[in-house]
Design a protein. Structure first.
Length: 419
């Protein structure tokens, strides 16, 4: 029994050490092991104190009675991991610093620092939302999504959406609107469970948020996904006034595949190639906020995960890239950048194991070269793919930064309209 106890204690300490190291630097960004690097990495970097508490609770009872040598090794590994996990927590807690620097760089140091006075703010003491955090995210959906599973298209559950709004928000108001596109490699995912920190933050401040489902592969084939996003934009513009939203001011966001789709939708406004049967609908967007998206599907270097193209060829496009290069070119947001692009706020983590950060760097560089609208790029140190899923400090800071970006763009558009 003593041998087993020592072995388990050492194995547990070694495992947490490796997982923590992966949180600082992904052990790999290539092949199938990168999926594990992502899975463990996002939990470690966004919930480091929870991991520390769990490890301590399991390790401390086993540490009694360990041999001198095995005990020393286990304690050194554990203590080192705990200190490193505290470091990851501090990195997430201080994520407001790179975000603030990015906003100052892209919008100017004289930008708005808050959204006070712009939107229908909650009555003092009447806020629905509780203190930000992981527990809050577990219940936030029922606090705000009172209008759910609304059909916007003909494809059943995959063409449904939820509307997030504060219960006290007047239905005759004209609140700005945010449309959320979920991720999941174009094959998985749902309108529930993603971007809750951002949706709840903006909803509490007086926005109306729309979270959509869309058709997924392999049952559906590209560009069905984008067509559905466009159809949802058109439906929202036609109906959101019934829920207190302003059909004339709509932003779009999404993460991963949703970052790709939201960017592409924003850059191809009113393009009839992606609006079959509703070519005359207005699908323009006033601002885009993609999180850790893929923006160029034509690359063959380290800027694209080696598993990405084979997966897209088999399950999404159902064509080989070398046989249909135009399709992959047409589906790359970077190839639709124009002077008429709407304002963009692009967020990406330096530790992303699934979509390399080079995608965002190249995309924002192209936007800044071509677009006449503001472009903000925030590169998040030590952040993994899907860093905004939990109610972590980094996710909370990101939500506030997006609020500040949208407040500035909203203010500028109001001034331009008045002029």
């Amino acid at each position: 029994m003593k041998f087993v106890k020592r072995f388990v204690a050492l194995l547990l300490s070694l495992f947490v050490t490796v997982v923590t190291a992966n949180g600082y630097r992904p052990l790999t960004k290539r092949g199938y092991p990168s999926l594990y690097a992502f899975g463990f990495g996002v939990f470690t970097s966004e919930l480091p104190l929870q991991l520390l508490a769990g490890h301590a609770a399991a390790f401390l009872p086993m540490s009694r009675g360990l041999g001198k040598r095995s005990g020393a090794i286990a304690w050194v590994l554990s203590a080192t991991s705990w200190l490193a996990l505290v470091g990851l927590y501090r990195a997430g807690r201080d994520a407001d610093k790179p975000l603030t620097a990015a906003l100052d760089d892209g919008l100017g140091a004289d930008r708005r620092r808050d959204s006070h006075g712009l939107w229908e703010e909650p009555v003092p003491g009447g806020a629905t939302a509780k203190k930000p955090g992981v527990v809050r995210m577990l219940r936030i959906y029922r606090d705000y999504a009172h209008d759910s599973d609304i059909q916007y298209g003909e494809f059943g559950r995959r063409n449904s959406l939820d509307i997030w709004r504060r219960p006290d928000l007047p239905r005759h108001g004209r609140a700005p609107v945010l449309l959320q596109v979920h991720g999941g490699a174009w094959m998985l995912g749902s309108k529930r469970g993603q971007a809750h920190p951002l949706l709840s933050h903006l909803t509490e401040l007086g926005w109306v948020c729309v979270s959509i489902n869309y058709r997924l592969s392999p049952r559906s084939t590209w560009p069905d996904h984008l067509v559905d996003v466009k159809r949802a934009i058109a439906w929202t513009r036609d109906h959101i006034f019934e829920y207190g939203g302003d059909p004339d001011w709509m932003a779009i966001t999404g993460g991963s595949a949703g970052g790709h789709l939201s960017s592409l939708a924003a850059l191809t406004a009113n393009d009839p190639r992606f609006q079959p049967g509703f070519e005359d609908a207005d699908t323009s967007i006033q601002a885009a906020v993609p999180f850790y998206g893929v923006y160029d599907l034509t690359r063959s270097d380290a800027a694209l995960h080696p598993l990405m193209i084979p997966m897209l060829e088999r399950r999404v496009f159902k064509r080989r890239r070398k046989e249909a290069p135009d399709a992959f070119d047409l589906s790359s947001p970077i190839h639709h950048v124009s002077p008429q692009a709407p304002p963009f706020f692009v967020l990406h983590g330096t530790n992303d194991s699934l979509i390399p950060v080079e995608q965002a760097r190249t995309f924002t560089a192209k936007l800044r070269d071509v677009s006449t609208a503001p472009v903000v790029y925030a590169e998040m140190p030590l952040a993994q793919h899907a860093f905004d899923i939990f109610g972590s400090p980094r996710a909370a800071h990101a939500a506030v930064a997006v609020e500040q970006f949208l407040a500035e763009i909203y203010t500028r558009s109001a001034v331009n309209t008045a002029d």
